[in-house]
Design a protein around this ligand. Structure first.
Ligand code: NA7
Length: 546
């Protein structure tokens, strides 16, 4: 008997599996992975906790949620027909439009028939004898699958602050990522927002005009820069459609798949006047250019970084009338761009409004939430509504919530205690037949571009396994050690790795997440793809296949 005949014989002897592949999550990754695996003729099931598709864009319905990537660089690129028929209305589309888009994709490719909604997975356990995964849903049902693909998102487990009395508040309160589907009436209300990350900034600037009174509780200010959003007119729409091949080619070439990529010059390779003029240009242009398209050294050289931090600080002082408030809004403990840059639309001007108050809780911490509002060390505030824009247990948080157990009953959570260990950010030794989309150690950046690449890579691997009659594929310990070391080495010298943020695995609201880890791949997307392409070209010899 040949090896492949033996494999087939072993398969025949075992009870049939429910599915060839189970995908966890029907966000952008899960939807596209379903589409690709169907093309291989596989029996695939997607389990999704929500009642609809869209992942991030399904859950994050808070006021003002929108792209910070240009809409036309964000959509799926795999279908020409889809690109042709969809018109983005703004350069940076809002959440309702994006959710409509993803529903359109689900309809167009008839995805829903293989997606089971309202289905949260609680455990996934590998069985060596059948080379398969037993997946348990919260309702207790169990299903068996050869391949398990996680599409659970890097920012999908919201975290509430660990403040006394959070459950005591008698008004309405929401985490931004659990914003209700029905409209929330904010008009004339006394509203609190806790948190000033990208989400807090979008929420605050959007609601400040309609609420009665807004109190912003800020623990750490973030550097922000103008989004410069606008509508897309008919002429521009035509140009975008005609330019799609060029747009996606550019995204493939840039460092993080955005339309912007670092300027090859260093900040001190130009005169002071040229530098200032360059910063003015970047500040006046739309999108992430000021972060991703800035001088090549601002995110690695403290002095270079100080020049852009100083420039943006001056802008904040110009835009905020009250100098004390302006100072509170200027970050002092980290440089520009070393945390994820929130893009804003008249955010700073909000603090010039009479109905808006900034409370610096680094000076006067929140002591408790009361039935009527919030109590800080300095006083009591009463509210009708409290909005928690307090972020996510990022990158590994959604993995921690599922009891993943690999060969020998090893828990993924235990294996990753000291930080994630992965092979290409896609596989883990001891967890055969499990692949992660947008897990730790993958290139994130302009995320749909990374999603499409990873899904295609995983699809290629599964195709190869099926064609070769392999039923077990696993990363080797050496492969995992080497990739993990590589990812750690790439992070050395980055100013962002010296700062507490979700990007360094810090979350003050989660037990055990107070130590910085390297959870993100910080090399270039082209280098990431080159490495993964090489593995595929060598017919996945780096994996253990049987
Ligand atoms: P972020 O960027 O993690 O921001 C969370 C904010 O909430 C941040 O200002 C935190 O202050 C604040 N926070 C968190 N916990 C508390 C407590 N307990 N008390 C007071 N303030 C708190 O999350 P976002 O949702 O804004 O953005 C996440 C990503 O989603 C974003 O980068 C985009 O890529 C999309 P801190 O800075 O920790 O002092």
């Amino acid at each position: 008997m040949t090896a492949s005949q033996q494999t087939s014989a072993r398969n025949d002897a075992k009870p049939a599996l429910d599915y060839d592949a189970i995908i966890i999550g029907a966000g952008m990754s899960g939807m596209y992975q379903l589409y690709r695996l169907r093309e291989l003729g596989m029996r695939v099931r997607v389990f999704e906790a929500g009642t609809g598709v869209g992942g991030t864009w399904y859950w994050n319905r808070y006021p003002g949620a929108r792209f910070d990537s240009e809409s036309y660089s964000y959509g799926y690129s795999f279908s020409k027909e889809l690109l042709e028929e969809w018109n983005w209305s703004e350069h940076f589309a809002g959440q309702p439009e994006t959710l409509r888009y993803l529903n359109h994709v689900a309809d167009k490719f008839d995805l829903r028939r293989d997606i089971q909604f309202r289905s949260r997975i609680s455990a996934a356990i590998y069985a060596e004898d059948t080379r398969s995964w037993e997946v348990t849903l919260e309702d207790g049902s169990r299903l068996h699958t050869r391949f398990l693909i996680t599409a659970i998102g890097p920012l999908s487990t919201p975290t509430m602050p660990r403040i006394k009395g959070v459950d005591m508040f008698q008004g309405q309160s929401f985490h931004t990522a659990r914003w209700p589907h029905d409209a929330v009436d904010l008009a004339g209300k006394r509203v609190a927002v806790i948190g000033t990350g990208a989400t807090g900034v979008q929420t605050i600037q959007t609601i400040a005009g309609s609420v009665g009174h807004l109190t912003v509780f800020q623990r750490t200010p973030n550097w922000c820069a103008p989004l410069h959003n606008s509508k897309i007119d008919a002429e521009t729409q035509k140009k975008i459609k005609a330019g799609y091949p060029e747009i996606f080619k550019r995204c493939q070439e840039t460092f993080a798949c955005f339309l912007h990529t670092p300027d090859p010059r260093g900040a001190f390779e130009v005169s002071d006047e040229e530098r200032e003029a360059f910063y003015e240009t970047l500040y006046s242009e739309r999108g992430f250019g000021i972060w991703q398209g800035n001088f090549r050294d601002i995110l690695i050289d403290r002095q270079a970084n100080a020049t852009i931090s100083d420039f943006v600080a001056r802008k904040i002082r110009q835009r905020v009338k009250n100098p004390d408030v302006a100072e509170k809004l200027i970050p002092k403990n980290h440089g520009f761009g070393t945390r994820r840059l929130p893009l804003e639309t008249f955010y700073y001007e909000v603090y010039n409004q009479d109905n808006v108050e900034l409370v610096d809780i680094s000076e006067t911490p929140i002591e408790r939430i009361t039935p009527k509002g919030i109590e800080t060390s300095a006083g009591k505030y009463e509210f009708d509504i409290i909005i928690y824009a307090t972020g996510f247990d990022a990158i590994t948080g959604s993995f921690d919530k599922i009891d993943f157990r690999g060969a020998g009953d090893v828990r993924l959570k235990d294996k990753w205690k000291g930080g994630p260990q992965t092979y290409l950010g896609i596989m883990v030794d001891g967890f055969p037949n499990m692949m992660m989309l947008m897990g730790p150690h993958t290139a994130l950046g302009n995320i749909p571009r990374s999603i499409e690449y990873s899904v295609d890579w995983v699809t290629g691997l599964i195709r190869f396994a099926r064609e070769s009659n392999f039923t077990r594929m696993e990363a080797t310990p050496a492969g995992v050690a080497s990739w993990t070391d590589h990812v750690k080495a790439l992070g050395v010298g980055l100013l962002s790795n010296e700062v507490n943020s979700w990007m360094t695995g810090i979350n003050s609201n989660v037990e055990g997440k107070q130590t910085r880890i390297i959870a993100r791949y910080s090399g270039s997307a082209p280098a990431y793809r080159e490495r993964c392409d090489e593995v595929a070209a060598k017919r996945y010899q780096e994996l253990a296949m049987a």
